[in-house]
Write a protein that binds this ligand. Sequence first.
Ligand SMILES: Nc1ncnc2c1ncn2[C@@H]1O[C@H](COP(=O)(O)OP(=O)(O)OP(=O)(O)O)[C@@H](O)[C@H]1O
Length: 256
Amino acid sequence: MVIELKNVHWKRQNKSILKNINWAVEEGEHWVLLGLNGSGKTTLLKMINGYIWPTTGEIRVLGKQFGKYPLGELRKIIGWVSTAMQEKLHGEEYTENIVLSGKFASPKLYHDPEQEDIDRALSLMEEYGLSGFIHRPYASLSQGEKQKVLIVRALMASPKLLILDEPCTGLDVFAREQLLETVEQLGKQKDAPTLIYVTHHIEEILPVFSKTLMLRQGEVFKTGRTEELVTESQLSDFFEAPLPKRAFYLSQCNHP
Ligand SMILES: Nc1ncnc2c1ncn2[C@@H]1O[C@H](COP(=O)(O)OP(=O)(O)OP(=O)(O)O)[C@@H](O)[C@H]1O
């Protein structure tokens, strides 16, 4: 089991932010975490990464029960890619150094890397079409290119679980398609980490995400197979509004 949450609640200021969350992610699955703004997605991710603890309930990630295993060790095998991370990195660093820094979970390279790490970074950059950015300062890349670098950077640590937290935010339609292609390429690989793709855009749900968790107002609305949940009627129930035809059409392009 990669993620196991049992009856998880999280309360702040007398308000229940997460309510009775039950979620099981098995090895070999890739999931979408779908929810509107304020539904509790970030709170759930923070919990999975051990930055906050359930008020009640149990949580195990990668087989480790929280409270019985050093969180620092656990975080080393969990990748978390978000646009917020871009601000923490040193933009003047060369792109290949940003990728290399992923091995050490640091915002820049603080010491000389081993040759095998350099080789791995360059080979990952080549595999994901980033070789053209070698010796380019990270800050000079476009938003979409930066996001792609962040995904490859996360792979440097060989994570077992990789969270892609709204990675297409701020991307134009072409950059978004390119980034989604990268995600699809990664998800299809045999030794890929378990992917959790967080979004509120249904048209970003790629075929590689066979499972979906729908989170609404801090509660699990439904979990299950994506093809059964990403339907017009389920989505309208979930959003409590008829789905705009265009959004549904686009989502069906991925799940014909
Ligand atoms: N520390 C806190 N104290 C009080 N309320 C909080 C706290 N953290 C989050 N919340 C509230 O919990 C709700 C869920 O927030 P969260 O950031 O998890 O939502 P989200 O689904 O990630 O939203 P978005 O898509 O907009 O990022 C929000 O109403 C938020 O204001």
